[in-house]
Design a protein. Structure first.
Lengths: 195, 294
């Protein structure tokens, strides 16, 4: 399994191919539905440096707040990425993201964005909230907590050996598109629906 | 007889169990799936992570998945017991479990678009109460995540595109199509609950109730038992696999029920449950003694 340290440069990302296993270490930021709307509505200077050359993790964590005001992620697996399809490519381009972590894959607009800007889609294991929470070593800070609530806030986190699979690369390849095409053929045969 | 406060505490225990302890039959099905996948494949590695996650959450009593889902409860109670009290106790238990991080603050006020922060809102949790002749209470709780709920589907037969008529063959075609449409997005390998007949609302509720059945449970209606087995086998030839990475383990189980319908309507409702099939069942005696049923 290859290791990747965040932030990283475009050349490193261009070397990645569909099917590669990676362990990520370094700093990343979380964001899902509300965060993507917010990031697109106007340029958000306060979070821009956390997005540049790093990745955004589609997650709505369970978070514990300690007496000293610090936070720990109690459960933190990926959420479905498809909902960010209308916004993701623009967020990548505008903030210089190198990747997205989520589950379920994304569509053609994001795939084109990955190719154009030099970024990848990294699939984490859906539902593996305990395995992944244990890779999150530190919560540095949080944005929009009061406005969006715990699951939707933008959390800046430090991770170590966070396991992902490249399922969409920066060369136009998507494992999700492939599996859908192949399974469509099987379904059509099962139902006698040959196209 | 227990007080409302005591019932609330019992239901918190049920939530804690459902959120962190995956039922044995589901773990066994995942282990069989892992053994069937090719050595070193993406599918097998995905299931390795899933199985390790199940162990970690069980050991630490922490949520298996951060999306602790919609709590859906089916409660059977003795004659004369207040359903209003039981429903209230379930709702309060959800708020307490949320405060204890057994559940995520998972309820949004759709009108204001603000998270309520306490896990409850109109319609969350959903509690179905039914009176019976037994002396004890039985509760079956399911925590159903949003990712898998989003890939559920409802069909109205006939459906020309699927060549699905108003018969069992048509029902089967819809269920297979729903599994295909879901791909890996509902956190495959999933468990399928389906219902044909009913109105749009009752049909979906029955499809979810089917998900309370254990995986090895066989349908007592021979035609439906056959359909469940056939769909399970055929769905696993689709090649969608765990997480949609490709592979042999797409579906762990298929459970089908039916309801009466109007002559004009013929609905097929399909509920998809992620691999993290969080259900817990408990028999609670009048004295408060708990026997686990999952």
């Amino acid at each position: 399994m290859a290791r990747l340290t965040l932030p990283c440069d475009e050349a490193t990302i261009r070397n990645l191919k569909v099917g590669d296993f990676l362990e990520l270490s370094g700093r990343m930021i979380t964001g899902r539905d509300a965060a993507h709307h917010w990031l697109i509505h106007e340029y958000r200077e306060e979070v821009a440096s956390y997005l540049k050359d790093s990745v955004i993790y589609h997650v709505g964590p369970v978070v514990r707040k300690h007496d000293d005001g610090s936070y720990t992620f109690v459960a933190a697996g990926p959420t479905t990425s498809a909902r960010e399809e209308p916004y993701q490519a623009d967020v990548i381009g505008r903030y210089g993201l190198r990747g997205v972590i989520g589950k379920g894959g994304m569509g053609p607009k994001t795939l084109a964005g990955l190719k154009q800007h030099g970024a990848v889609y990294l699939h984490a294991i859906g539902g593996a909230a305990q395995v992944l929470a244990r890779c999150i070593r530190k919560v540095e800070t949080v944005f929009q907590l009061a406005e969006f609530g715990v699951p939707e806030a933008l959390w800046v986190i430090q991770v170590e050996d966070f396991p992902v699979v490249v399922t969409m690369d920066s060369h136009g390849n998507s494992l999700h598109a492939e599996v859908e095409k192949d399974s469509r053929q099987v379904l059509d045969r099962l139902l006698g629906l040959s196209a | 007889m227990l007080t409302a406060e005591q019932w609330t505490e019992k239901f918190v225990e049920v939530i804690a169990r459902a959120s962190s302890q995956l039922p044995r039959d589901v773990v066994e099905a995942l282990e069989r799936g892992r053994a069937a996948e090719a050595q070193g494949s993406l599918a097998q590695k995905a299931l390795d992570t899933v199985l390790r996650n199940i162990e970690l959450s069980a050991g630490s009593w922490q949520p298996i998945c951060q999306d602790t889902g919609t709590p859906l409860a089916w409660v059977h109670h003795p004659v004369g017991m207040s359903t209003r009290m039981l429903t209230g106790a379930c709702e309060e238990a959800v708020r307490r479990a949320t405060a204890k991080q057994l559940l995520r603050p998972n309820a949004v006020n759709t009108l204001t678009d603000r998270n309520t922060g306490n896990g409850s809102a109109p319609g969350i949790p959903t509690v179905h109460c039914e009176e019976w002749d037994e002396e004890h209470v039985e509760i079956h709780l399911m925590l159903k995540g949003g990712g898998c709920e989003n890939v559920g589907a409802q069909y109205s037969l006939p459906n020309t595109k699927l060549k699905a008529d108003r018969n069992l063959e048509g029902v089967k075609r819809c269920i297979l199509d729903a599994i295909f449409q879901a791909q890996g997005k509902g956190c495959a390998p999933g468990i399928i609950g389906a219902c044909f007949g009913g109105d749009r609302g009752s049909s979906f509720v029955e499809s979810k109730r089917q998900l309370l059945r254990r995986l090895p449970d066989r349908n007592s209606i021979p035609e439906l038992d056959r359909m469940e087995q056939e769909i399970l086998a055929e769905a696993n030839t689709l090649g969608i696999g765990p997480m949609g990475f490709g592979g042999k383990t797409t579906v762990l189980g298929v459970k089908i029920g039916w309801l009466g319908r109007l002559p004009a309507s013929y609905f097929v409702s399909v509920s998809y449950m992620c691999w993290a099939n969080r259900r817990a069942g408990a028999r609670i005696s009048a004295a408060g003694e708990v026997t686990w049923l999952d």
